[in-house]
Design a protein. Sequence first.
Length: 240
Amino acid sequence: MYHARLLLTGLVALGMLIGCGRGGPSALKPGAVQTRETDGAEMVWVPGGAFTIGLEEAELDGVMAECSRCRRNKVDNACPQHTVQLDGFWIDQQEVTNGQYRQCVEAGACTPPAHTDAYDDPGRADEPVTTITWYQAVDYARWVGGRLPTEAEWEAACRSDYTLEGTAGQVWEWTSTLHRLYPYDATDGREDLDLPRMRTIRGAAWIFDPDVERCAFRYYSPQDIFSDQVGLRVAVSPSP
């Protein structure tokens, strides 16, 4: 199994989440916020239920009309629009920052980004960390006692009115999900963490036009490739 050495670290960190799941998930109010002790990140609670994800064909036509740089064959992978059933989960309100990621490196649980100009600049400590591979993103998420969100969770949180920051126009974000055609099915192998294939990234990078960005946009990257346009945020499953 991948990075089994981090399992104990992740379990210890999970126990330090302040109030996560206390009283059980059913006692949590939608949009409740908790602070993660390990790195100080604020997380928002997304209750379980049915969520609509993806794009309708009519909306796809609108995107293409507005976006001169968009290619239809790179956008239509968000079709068809469909409904998924999700359990409740916590998700970071903001993308993981250079400063937070540095804490993981200093703790010996993460390796530095491939390019460190922004990472080493104290004035950019609050900017999203980038130039990290999917494996490095997984290491960070496990260090704080969490995991990467599935792409369905990411979109559900983005579509909900929970004031998530950076979901459009900053950086793409790694998810746990292998890149496969919609509709999304968590049981078809796309959530296998051990397969070395393309992983879905969600959001949109700073090079895109924010006027045409959608929560449904999905793209992909090899999991051992880094980019200055790809970062991460963490999801956490509630305690039983």
